[in-house]
Design a protein around this ligand. Sequence first.
Ligand SMILES: [Zn+2]
Ligand SMILES: [Zn+2]
Length: 330
Amino acid sequence: MTRNRELGRGERVIPGLWRLRLPLPWPGVPHGNAWAIAAGSGIVLIDTGMHEPGSLAQLERALDQVNLRLEHVRLLAITHAHSDHWGQAAPIVQRSGCELWMHPRHEHAVADAGDPGARLARRLEVGRQSGVPHAALEAYAERAKDAPSGIVQVIAPDRALVPGVEIETDLGVWSVHETPGHAPSHVCLFQPERRLLISGDHVLGRISLYYDYGWTPDPVGEFLTSLDRADELDARLALSGHGKPFVDVHGHIEANRELVAERLEATVTALGAGARNAMEVAPEIYGEPLRSGNAAWLLAQTLCYLRHLELEGRVRSEPDGDAERWSAQP
Ligand SMILES: [Zn+2]
Ligand SMILES: [Zn+2]
């Protein structure tokens, strides 16, 4: 699909903090954010944008618009190890000589970036578990086998970005808060005096839910716990991984809780007529048919809801050939 590409753009949010809006190749998600924070003679950079042809130039373009350069980066910290947030870490570290800090639970990303075959195999397994017919899986495998990872090169972090670690900037010290659910490696960064929250993809301005499936037992449950954790911080302004900065952080967190509850109820309702597989359930949860473009995403999300409900004792799974069927528990 050909479309007009966005360009990298930089803008000041408050003195000493800049939003770097970077283009993404995904339909419906045209750009993502990195954040630059003044720190002594340079900046702390939070997140990197995704790697694809020309993407480093887009980051440099955004920096240039606010009179910054890659060479100014003193520290690179990552909210979570999805390609659109850390894909360009390697060249940034090489160019600036900075350290890279990231949460240790990034094995999902390392596995994906280092072995595209394994990534595809995991997606196909989601399809099989969901009841997708063999022919459709083969067609998907053919289409997806050469999909780029969005990551230049896997590099190991210099330091684990975990609670207790502090990031010093001209705006004050930022604390680290583990917020898994969207990704096992997700952290939010908080500046308490100014009540600023760098929320990554944990809390977005436009409510949209995504969980990494297959790395932890209950991504939905983790996400809900992480919402409570973010809520307790009582932030005044959220700087999220996509979209504009937003206020009413509590309201956005509450809207996330409501949407999760809605999806869980829709899942149970879809099982009312008897045992079904994820492929049969997903269109009812989301109110749209499965297509080649959305199936991998929606099936993985549906399995996350089903696993959560299973742990709550509200649904039960039973094997059905390669797939699983789910039924509601009285
Ligand atoms: Zn993400
Ligand atoms: Zn993202």
